[in-house]
Design a protein around this ligand. Structure first.
Ligand code: ATP
Length: 265
């Protein structure tokens, strides 16, 4: 199911923010601390000739360490803007942000992710800024490619990869740099079904094989919640609900049914 075409009547249902966070991941790892927190975030785009666009309104979120969370909501509700604030790409108008470091933002378009000619050189690219021995670089690249299921692609030209494989190379690059938080902006938008599943399973595997990594994944696809520990649902610049993935899925499905009943009484 895809949320992108739905536009809910704002606030036709009022839901409280779901305050209890999952204390274990879906794979049973226990939670140790908070990796991402935003408090009372507001954000406006300023425009010279028109009124400012107030995009985020008093958004507060909390994501436990080591978990895979998703951020959902209709088109234009502010998901990417919130993710970019967490990444440090935008500065909130007010409110506070905490994100564990190092963090990495992976963009939607797979062709914007890869810069080097081969898979291994691309994954090693970010390590150039750290002074590491060659053996350490090789070991990090190999472990990161293993985590995303691309060990056999080490010497492949990046030009020959599918979109999903390029996304996985970008994620491997972040892992090689010992990234603690992955911020992933609608990675599956341009991918076919096989590639979509490959990318989401790669992220799930990274989290299942490391205590250290936390991921926040923006998506329109409700079925992707199957892979998540927790989720946040936004509408119209506000966080409407956050909590465990199954509760958020039920909540969104109920909201969609209410919307469909409203337009098809
Ligand atoms: N540079 C900009 N200047 C003015 N308004 C903007 C700018 N970028 C985004 N917006 C507006 O901010 C709002 C939130 O955009 P954002 O991209 O965060 O939403 P989204 O939930 O990620 O949408 P989608 O699901 O369609 O990607 C939208 O109304 C959008 O039109």
């Amino acid at each position: 199911m895809n949320l992108s075409s739905l536009s809910f009547t704002p606030h036709h249902l009022v839901a409280p923010i779901y305050s209890s966070l999952p204390t274990k991941t879906t794979r049973g790892k226990s939670v140790d601390g908070i990796a991402i927190e935003g408090r009372n975030l507001n954000f406006s785009f300023t425009a010279r000739q028109t009124k400012d666009v107030h995009v985020l309104r008093d958004c507060s979120i909390r994501i436990p360490s080591g978990q895979f969370w998703m951020l959902l909501g209709p088109n234009g509700c502010g998901k990417s803007t919130l993710l970019k604030i967490l990444a440090g790409l935008f500065t909130p108008t007010s409110g506070t942000v905490y994100v564990k470091e190092p963090k990495s933002f992976v963009f939607q378009n797979p062709d914007h992710q890869v810069v080097m000619p081969t898979v291994d050189s691309d994954v090693a690219f970010g390590l150039g800024k750290i002074n590491l021995a060659d053996d350490e670089v090789r070991s990090r690249v190999s472990q990161a490619l293993h985590a995303v299921g691309l060990s056999d692609y080490m010497k492949r030209s990046v030009q020959t990869l599918s979109g999903g494989q390029k996304q996985r190379v970008a994620i491997a690059g972040a892992l090689a740099e010992a990234c603690k938080v992955l911020l992933l902006d609608e990675l599956t938008t341009f991918l076919d079904e096989t590639d979509q599943v490959g990318v989401i399973k790669a992220v799930r595997n990274c989290l299942d094989t490391s205590e250290e990594v936390t991921a926040l994944w923006v998506t329109h696809r409700l079925e992707e919640l199957e892979y998540a520990d927790g989720a946040i649902y936004m509408e119209d610049g506000k966080v409407v609900m956050q909590g465990d993935a199954a509760s958020i899925r039920s909540f969104i499905e109920a909201r969609q049914s209410a919307y469909i009943n409203q337009i098809n009484p």
